[in-house]
Write a protein that binds this ligand. Structure first.
Ligand code: MG
Length: 329
């Protein structure tokens, strides 16, 4: 059984988006200036060039579904959550008369000095999970008993920032419209609450283009990187996992994509994760709008993904290409 097919034998292309440019008819979309295909590959990654002709026999990859993470992927994480962290610390101080910000920020992964959220609980975990950990922190660091700590949590927690600021990471309207034109379904899988997620979709006018939303506090949700949410979304939308792309900014997203054997797992650099953090992705792109290049057909009759020179194929992605190539031979 080819990895990622999960019984969906008609869609035998767990990963070939990056390889498609090696098809003769797709060279136009891949080449830059007078560069040959091999030269273009070398510019992307020396490893891709080394893989050489082994990539040329791979089938084209036409996705049927793209699952997006929200915070850090579709919206600027820092704009939205910095004020939320500081508001929560302020409410807790008011409620307890204790300065809890140092311990709270450390636990959440918020750097007050730089006003940046780094890799940590806030970037990766659901609100119910974080609330549980904040209660534990109040008990261990500030000697509240469980009842007192839970009461503080209940009185001070809010799922969304006051006066929520939403700054998108790109032209999401264009991105979603392009996907819909290609008959590709769109899902959002986020650790954020349903309240905050629906507010985001409403404010940006994107609701009508999204086929399914799964939030951290939904009863059907199991926290990333468990593959459950990705597989649940595929099942709900009747799409084979191997025809699905996962896009996210943290290891929780990329590990979930791989654990669910999705066709392609893409990391984006607009959130908290850097190239090293996103090494479990197959492909790393500067921002979510680059997904358009992966799904835009350059010829009417065929889906030919284009790999831009600013995309980076990871070691994991490369080994997936090579293993797929050897299966195909
Ligand atoms: Mg994220």
């Amino acid at each position: 059984m080819i990895r990622g097919t999960r019984g969906c034998l008609p869609c035998l292309a767990p990963f070939s988006a990056a390889s498609a440019p090696h098809q003769p008819h797709s060279r136009r979309s891949f080449q830059s200036g007078n560069m040959t295909s091999a030269q273009s590959q070398a510019k992307l990654s020396p490893s891709v060039a080394e893989a050489g002709d082994s990539l040329s026999s791979l089938p084209l990859f036409k996705p049927s579904l793209v699952i997006f993470d929200k915070d850090g992927t579709l919206v600027c994480f820092h704009t939205m959550w910095n004020s939320w962290c500081e508001q929560l610390a302020s409410r807790m101080k008011e409620e307890t008369t204790k300065e809890v910000s140092t311990e709270l920020y450390s636990m959440l992964g918020y750097d007050q000095a730089s006003k940046r959220v780094r890799m940590g609980m806030l970037a990766e975990k659901t609100h119910p999970y974080i609330m549980e950990k904040v209660v534990e922190m109040l008990m261990t660091e500030f000697k509240f008993n469980k009842e007192e700590a839970t009461e503080v949590m209940d009185k001070t927690w809010k799922d969304t920032p006051e006066n929520m600021q939403i700054k998108s990471t790109g032209n999401l309207g264009l991105l979603f419209k392009t996907l819909k034109e290609q008959d590709i379904k769109i899902a959002i899988c986020t650790s954020d609450s349903r309240e905050g997620t629906e507010e985001f979709l409403t404010k940006l006018g994107l609701e009508s283009m999204v086929d399914l939303v799964l939030c951290g506090d939904d009863k059907d949700s199991i926290s990333k990187p468990n593959p459950h949410n990705a597989l649940f979304i595929c099942e709900q939308l009747s799409v084979c996992p191997s025809k699905t792309i996962m896009v996210g900014d943290t290891p929780a997203d990329t590990i979930m994509g791989q654990a669910a054997n999705l066709g392609l797992t893409v990391g984006v650099l607009t959130g908290v994760g850097d190239n090293k953090d996103l090494s479990d992705a197959d492909l790393i792109v500067p921002e979510v709008g680059d997904i358009i290049d992966l799904v835009t057909a350059s010829e009417k009759s065929e889906m030919v993904p284009k790999v831009s020179k600013n995309m980076r194929i990871t070691g994991r992605g490369l080994s997936k290409i090579v293993s797929q190539s050897s299966i195909d031979k």
